[in-house]
Design a protein around this ligand. Structure first.
Ligand code: BG6
Length: 473
């Protein structure tokens, strides 16, 4: 679509960036924090554990000051469940409450809007031992945690995100260290989708509770959404892309926004005898909830083609951005039209605009981008600089597409790329860096943990100061 002139970014647009608790905080067992599943998992070979991360727990003041220097309007971070409730439920850790009070106050001191993710991949280990999301009680556990956050932080936090990338938890749990299966599990898909169902109900009830307790606040889901293209215009490839989009994307948002299971996914689950059980009241709870906006993370689109049911899977590797083939439904293929990052993720800014348009078309809710970014090997030069033109180019191309989407009539709330500061990747260590702020540490050597401004830091500062009008180097 051609626009004679482009619409500007809204005046109150949330320019900022994101992190998650376990990937930045460190202090994994300090000041009363209980372990989370991330602290007890077997870390992938050759990557750092999460015990120190980038020490944000002790250095948050310096980090927030740097974000303020960039001109951030928002900072999206997550709250560690087991820092507030070391056992997941029951006794509260006052030092955990104090830490997040301080963090929130520090943001507000600089006029930075705190955008809080309630749950980002870090189930308390104590609750994993009780069956994790597979236990029907998990809905109440999450509500207890949600209530605690609303009561302690709701006077200052106006934007809440429920569960980060619930679709990734469901589809790629093993790779990010979150999948918990009972010993006697005979139908893995059924167990996973039952866990997913409990999360959907927990999310719905948390949204209702938020609106009840904090009428001024806004809340929304935060899945990882990216369109899935058909490989060709063969009709069977179109059907494959519909299947994949339903299973990866629409299941999560149809439920969050419309309160019902996507019909394609429901029938797909039926085929594997994996439809989740509804507890009494679930259907009503799911129908009652209403998000105020859709937050979502976007890295890249995927591509699929027709796949016969008898197709035999090889040892293909999947992760958040690489789809696993589902015989009978779709086969994941790579897209020769797209370049890739050093870590093998495709780069597709135009697909970002297409995703924004489709989301708005389907749900008609304002959109908040809560992740987008480039994982790369950065190096600190002798003069204390990090030259990362590749990251600037990536972010610029995506910001341009947001403005085009705004000009297409899409309602946008903000852009919070990944990540504010370098952090430990979900499964590829600290060497896969995303931040505007470089942290001096290696995979197994904590070095000085000193912070350095990357070139992208200065560039993003200019972008924010011009409200997205100056994207030049
Ligand atoms: C998203 C997650 O999947 O992608 C983040 O919400 C994650 O936690 C980010 O870090 C980038 O992925 P990775 O695997 O490169 O860390």
């Amino acid at each position: 679509m051609h626009h004679k002139t482009l619409k500007p970014f809204p005046d109150n647009f949330f320019w900022g960036a994101s992190t998650s608790a376990y990937q930045v905080e460190g202090a994994a067992l300090e000041d009363g924090k209980g372990p989370s599943c991330q602290d007890v998992k077997v870390v992938p070979e050759g990557t750092s554990d999460l015990s120190v991360s980038v020490d944000h727990y002790h250095r948050y003041k310096e980090d927030i000051a740097l974000m303020a220097e960039m001109g951030f309007k928002s900072y999206r971070f997550s709250i560690s469940w087991s820092r507030l409730l070391p056992q997941g439920v029951g006794e509260v850790n006052p030092k955990g409450i104090a830490f997040y009070n301080n963090l929130i106050d520090e943001c507000l001191k600089y006029g930075i809007e705190p955008i809080v993710t309630m749950f980002h991949f870090d189930m308390p280990a104590a609750l994993d031992e009780r069956g994790s999301w597979g236990n029907p009680e998990s809905v109440n556990w999450f509500l207890e945690f949600a209530r605690l956050m609303y009561e302690n932080f709701g006077d200052r936090v106006k934007y809440w995100l429920t569960i980060n990338e619930q679709n990734v938890l469901t589809l790629a749990g093993p790779i990010i260290g979150t999948l918990h299966l009972p010993d006697n599990c005979t139908n893995v898909k059924k167990e996973i989708y039952q866990q997913n169902h409990h999360q959907l109900v927990a999310q719905a009830k948390a949204m209702v509770l938020c609106h009840e307790l904090l009428p001024e606040a806004k809340i929304g889901p935060a899945p990882n959404i990216a369109l899935i293209y058909p490989n060709t215009n063969k009709p069977e490839d179109i059907l494959a892309s519909q299947n994949a989009n339903a299973i990866r994307n629409w299941l999560y948002l149809d439920m969050a926004v419309k309160g019902r299971y996507n019909h394609l996914v429901w029938e797909y689950l039926g085929h594997f005898d994996a439809q989740p059980e509804f507890a009494p009241g679930d259907a009503q709870a799911l129908a009652q909830a209403q998000p105020d906006f859709i937050a979502f993370n976007y890295y890249n689109t995927s591509t699929v083609e027709y796949c016969p049911a008898e197709f035999e899977l090889g040892d293909e590797k999947s992760d958040q951005q690489k789809m696993l083939t589902e015989p009978g439904y779709y086969r994941a293929v790579s897209n020769p039209n797209l370049p890739k990052t050093e870590f093998g993720w495709e780069i597709d800014p135009i697909g970002f605009r297409a995703t924004l348009r489709t989301l708005y078309d389907r749900y008609h809710l304002p959109l908040l981008v809560t992740e987008n970014g480039l994982g790369a090997y950065d190096s600190l030069t002798e003069d204390g600089r990090v030259h990362d033109p590749y990251r600037i180019n990536y972010l610029r191309a995506h910001i341009e597409q947001i403005q085009l989407a705004i000009s297409d009539g899409v309602e946008m709330l903000g852009y919070n790329p990944w990540s504010a500061i370098d952090l430990i990747s979900t499964h590829e260590g600290i060497k896969k860096r995303y931040g505007f702020i470089y942290v001096d540490r290696d995979e197994f050597d904590l070095k000085t943990l000193k912070r350095y401004r990357k070139d992208s830091f200065f560039w993003y500062k200019k972008v924010i100061a011009s409200n997205g009008q100056d994207l030049t180097d």
